[in-house]
Design a protein around this ligand. Sequence first.
Ligand code: CP
Length: 328
Amino acid sequence: SRHLLSVDSLTRESVDHLMRVAARMEPIAQRRQVTRVLEGAVLGNLFFEASTRTRVSFNAAFCRLGGSVCDTTGFTFSSMAKGESLYDTSRVMSGYCDAIVMRHPDQGSVAEFAAATHVPVINGGDGPGEHPSQALLDFYTIDKEFTRLGKRLADAHVLLTGDLKYGRTVHSLIKLLSLYDPMRITLVAPPGLEMPSHLIDLVASRGHRVEERSSLADDYADVDVVYTTRIQKERFTAEMSEGFSLSRDFTVDRAFMDKRCGRDTIVMHPLPRDSRADANDLDVDLNGDPRLAIFRQTDNGIPVRMAIFATLLQVDELIEKELRPVRW
Ligand code: CP
């Protein structure tokens, strides 16, 4: 596909290709080499919801390929605040830019925007829908961590926990994992925030062993990856917000990792983790613990997003020839 809107458009072969290209981007992401392969190209970064990682890392990835970025954030910075439609915005932006990354609070809005453009569009998160580039960098991270630990993906047991209803990153990740050899996936969510059943059915239909459990107070010693997510209270209905309080029963912390998990179980989180007093997704007491892979995960966002641009803009085969040493 010329866009990246959903993991639905990816195959195992296309993911493997992106993983290979991302690995080739590592020397550039690590500031050991430079390329100008996208010199003259302009990226439009359109973010109608808050973002640190996705917006900045897509921006940095495009710049590291030699391109330039027009960055806009929030409804008030676009003429959509004056009632302009997604269609008109899309037609205008595609006249200015060679690729567009968009985040929007409404599920399906990025696909609607993409339908009106002739340039590649990447879904940077559409409400509770999907976040496919996050799933790609999560998968790249799992692959790298497994190589380091001498593990095989085919034997993996992945625990997804937190807000599995509104967490778009887990919606994309579970679909992406399901493209690979059957593995074991365990789902643990607070009541009312369970994974949508159509996604469980999809993954089960591809031969994966999917089990829903109600508590983290179980034995998870054979889990290889604990992937936890923030509770997306901003997406709650008024009835859900009323009376909702998250107990620490769903917190991933040092006690959980030491008592319930194995010594080489890694902990992932798409971030941001919520650091406010009433938040319980991922405790800071794991900071500095080598099992905590969250910042290795964010670093991997750069080579993976470079690979997405290079592949969608069809310069992936040119990178090797264009590499130069850094002069700074
Ligand atoms: N993981 C992620 O999407 O982070 P941001 O919301 O900061 O972009």
